[in-house]
Design a binder for this molecule. Structure first.
Ligand SMILES: Nc1nc2c(ncn2[C@@H]2O[C@H](COP(=O)(O)OP(=O)(O)OP(=O)(O)O)[C@@H](O)[C@H]2O)c(=O)[nH]1
Ligand SMILES: [Ca+2]
Length: 491
């Protein structure tokens, strides 16, 4: 009689089928659930409406990261043609219109499918702060025009507003330290120095400063599980364009009609308009009565004298705190490395002075020689540089060195801890990234839990478990296997 093959019993078949289905299901679910989504990005747009011009920045980050905690990077920037939005006070619609080209570019750069979910922010700084002080309804009209223009685009418009000086300083600091990856690691932070056209900011963490001496200069953050006590101050009117106005205004006091200016090259001569010079709340109170409408602005290129002129725009006479920078503003002891960006970089880069290992004395000697170079020679040496920028580098370089050493109290030694930077890891240094990270809650207060197992590791573990299960099923079926059909050899 033929022996019955137990392999074919219904119980065995059912066990085998269930085992195989379970293994296949386990592997499939594991692989599908934890699979990385194909490279999809989310986007955010920030418009930096500065006093001198507006710039648009597009940021992107991986969409699959939990709570948007993925690394954010700048993918594109667009410089708006023309001046800052505050200069359109008398024809506000042009402020809105000026943004169109950059916004159209953003429409092309951000994938169509993401347009509606892409937040769009506009932050205005010192130019609009000044306009708002001078004429708040004109500032409102500029914002209305800008808002109308931005709402025409398909992005998720989140509003336009003036940042406080404190926000501007603090978000610049966040950007620099985020891009340097200092926050997640809890490393020593970098201070931030931002020089704009109408204001300048200094922000740094100081260990012996708890914020109590001057609370308005204090910002506290909890980021990735670390607490930061930040000192920050924004000096309105101490951006380089407004300081130039203040320096000129001061020099006109000594006699209207002509200025012989040590901050401009020998041979430089321009006829300028008093009403343009005094058209700013930073200088309007100094306008001489009955002055002629124009003046001759002539250069004589002398760094030391220029430094004396620049020093006079600072007030060092009173300080009600334990220590001050200038104008009676509290400043704790400088601490740590610093990143200096925007006009600090434009100017020092042009002057070939970004290398801060060069002793400060040599930097000043170089600037002395540069300022003394005749204007005609400077123009020949830099035929492609815009003349209005070119004319001002001697003044701007002198202002930067004076602000750092006399204003903020950098010494020959601490000067070498400053790095003049434009970008960090591909993204521009400035307040915009920090602003967006804050508004989109992309920097958690607490450090994320230990990072989840990477996809490859997860798949490997599931595969090993599945394989072991499979072996177990096979082994459990072993007693039911058919006996070996081979008969023992009989010799
Ligand atoms: N040399 C040079 N100067 C520049 C350049 N771009 C801007 N500037 C000048 O540098 C100064 C600072 O520029 P920004 O940092 O853009 O200033 P802003 O943001 O408009 O001004 P705030 O509102 O005060 O921050 C202004 O005087 C600008 O005219 C550049 O590419 N080269
Ligand atoms: Ca700025």
């Amino acid at each position: 009689m033929k022996e019955k093959n137990p392999w074919h019993t219904p119980v065995t078949i059912i066990i085998t089928v269930i085992g195989v289905i379970a293994i296949v299901a386990l592997v499939t679910v594991a692989v599908l659930q934890n699979r990385p989504v194909p490279q999809k990005y989310k986007y955010g747009i920030v418009l930096d409406a500065g006093s001198s011009h507006t710039a648009l920045y597009i940021y992107q980050w991986r969409a699959e990261k939990d709570n948007n905690t993925g690394r954010v990077e700048q993918t594109h920037s667009c410089k708006v043609k023309g001046k800052g939005i505050s200069s359109y006070a008398s024809e506000p619609w042009r402020a809105g219109e000026s943004l169109t080209l950059c916004m159209q570019e953003a429409e092309k750069r951000v994938p169509h499918k993401r347009h509606h979910e892409t937040p769009l922010y506009l932050g205005a700084t010192a130019g609009m702060r000044l306009l708002n002080m001078e004429n708040s309804s004109a500032s409102d009209r500029v914002f209305q025009a800008v808002e109308r223009a931005l709402q025409k685009f398909p992005f998720s418009y989140q509003g336009a507003r003036i940042l406080s000086g404190q926000e501007e300083g603090a978000f610049g600091w966040v950007t620099v330290n985020y891009l340097d990856d200092r926050l997640t690691q809890g490393l020593e932070t970098t201070g931030a120095l931002d020089l704009g056209g109408a204001s300048t900011q200094i922000s740094f963490v100081s260990d012996n400063y708890d914020g109590s001496e001057s609370p308005s200069n204090s910002v506290t953050f909890r980021l990735y599980g670390n607490d930061y006590n930040l000192y920050t101050h924004s000096f309105l009117c101490y951006g380089k364009d407004q300081v130039l106005r203040m320096a000129l205004a001061q020099q006109t006091q000594s006699g209207p009609g002509a200025i012989l200016d040590p901050c401009f090259h020998p041979g430089y001569m321009e006829t300028k308009n008093y009403s343009v010079l005094y058209d700013s709340p930073c200088v309007s109170d100094r306008k001489p009565q009955g002055a002629p409408s124009i003046f001759n602005h002539t250069g004589n290129g002398n760094f030391r004298q220029c430094q004396e002129v620049v020093k006079r725009v600072f007030n060092f006479s009173s300080c009600k705190y334990s220590r001050c920078s200038f104008n009676g503003v509290f400043q704790p002891l400088l601490q740590g490395p610093f990143g200096a960006f925007s006009a600090y970089y434009f100017v020092m880069n042009f002057l070939n002075l970004t290398d801060t290992s060069i002793p400060l004395e040599s930097v000043m000697e170089k600037l002395t020689r540069y300022c003394a170079t005749p204007w005609e020679k400077i123009k020949l040496q830099h035929p492609n540089v815009k003349l209005n920028y070119l004319a001002e580098y001697c003044f701007s370089g002198t202002y930067i060195l004076t602000l750092l050493t006399e204003g903020y109290n950098f010494t020959s030694e601490s000067y070498s801890s400053i790095k003049f930077i434009k970008k960090i890891n591909g993204s521009d240094a400035g307040w915009t990234l920090g602003y967006m990270l804050n508004l989109t809650n992309m920097i958690p207060a607490e450090a994320p839990d230990s990072p989840p197992l990477p996809h490859a590791g997860y798949v490997s573990i599931v595969t090993i478990i599945a394989f072991l299960l499979f072996v177990l099923v096979i082994l459990s079926l072993r007693p039911l296997w058919p006996r070996c059909s081979k008969q023992p050899h009989i010799i």
